[in-house]
Design a binder for this molecule. Sequence first.
Ligand SMILES: Cc1ncc(COP(=O)(O)O)c(C=O)c1O
Length: 479
Amino acid sequence: MGPMSVPSFVRTDEVLSERYTSARALEHEMAHGNTDLIRALTILGCVGPFKTVSPWEYQDPSGKRLINTGGYSAVPFGDGYPPLVQFMQNYLEHLHTIGLPQQSASTWRAALEHNLVKLLASQDASHADSKVFFSNSGAEANEAAIKFAKATRPKAKHILNFRRAYHGKTQMTMSLTPNPAIQKDFGPLEPNIHTHPYGDLDAVKSTIKKLGSDNVVAIILEPLQGEAGVILPPEGFLKGISDICQATGIILIVDEIQSGLGRVGSWFASIDGGMSPDIITLAKPLGGGMSAVGATLYRKWIFDKVLGGLDCKRHSNTFGGNSLAMAVGLKSLEILVDENLPERSARMGKIALDRLKGIQQKYPEFITEVRGKGMLMAMVFRDISKLGLIQANKDLAELVAEASGLLALRQFYQNGLILNLSLNSTRTLRMTPALTMPEDLFNEMLNRVEVTARRNPRASRLLVNTPPKTLMDLVKFAT
Ligand SMILES: Cc1ncc(COP(=O)(O)O)c(C=O)c1O
């Protein structure tokens, strides 16, 4: 019997040789993928699919070249960064390890466990004997953090979190992500979660007093809120939370999935801010922009409490720790260290923030605020939804109120930049360029921000500069 024939099956060599065209890819995405996401991006004119011109530059199907400042902090080196690609070619060519070492030791996993803990201990010596659990996403790393924390304090029921936090979209992590748009329809949410204004130490203390510290399992927080639109903690807040946890035994979980491993100019933003966390979650940059690698780093006693003795498979997954992902993670961490990228991120980020502040001051009717740390930057656009002209059209007013970030995203794209939306902040766009971006491109990226601002000196120009058909299609899409 010959191979089975499936009508119009796409062959790998068609994709590789680009005989599988952008048009066909779009058709298939519209049919079988996230149709409305693809539709929205098509209306905005920035749907791709993109080709890489260099690790930091893309080309869209019309031939337009763009600098990529997107990637949601998960693309630390750019796409196809030669040191990572060459290493992976070597890895695949000389493959002599098993792919899924679920029931054996593994050189790749062992090396990454060792290196992560050594790195962590170099920043906080109390973690010298800490342990690592690998998973396949940030949300899964946070799930593992909460589960283990619960097991260490079985009598406690309450978890403390913060407004506009983002911890993922699985049931528990979504419950910890207090955004009604993300949570609606998925209830009941996990109970006993207490949400506080980010930065409000007194509110946290008062909740703990009310509940009794023995009844609190954990406090989970981002040491700098990414999806909220790059919100920095007030001075002393991180240390204050850490002190409370140390004094009470409440488990301190820091979500460093976006902030960790260099993005904000330090290895661990929590430790940099004076914390000594009990559990640290990592993901995005550990996958080098190439693979999915999530990691939860635990103090030894917490890890052993869950995975001790015959219970050593009590928490597990099929793919976490697979050799391909571990090899990518090991090389990614090596590049971050060898190229001193946290330091570069801090240095270049300062230059960028100064420049962005200058642009904001020049165009305050377009950009009301810029925020940033290291190479995680955000621009907030003026709210134009209240303008009389816009209020006259209810649908347009709704679109502008909910999605003016999309109109701004389109303008930046027109001027050669890909930016990131922020899940918990609709008027904020983020820039998360690769930490390796060459200086000339980095400066060009900032020049293009300035050109975009010059062409949209007031936010209302976002409407004038969007073709009527695009606006109409967007309104139709949104209503
Ligand atoms: C701080 C933080 N935590 C958790 C997550 C969830 O990670 P993932 O999308 O890999 O599940 C993200 C993703 O944006 C994040 O920024």
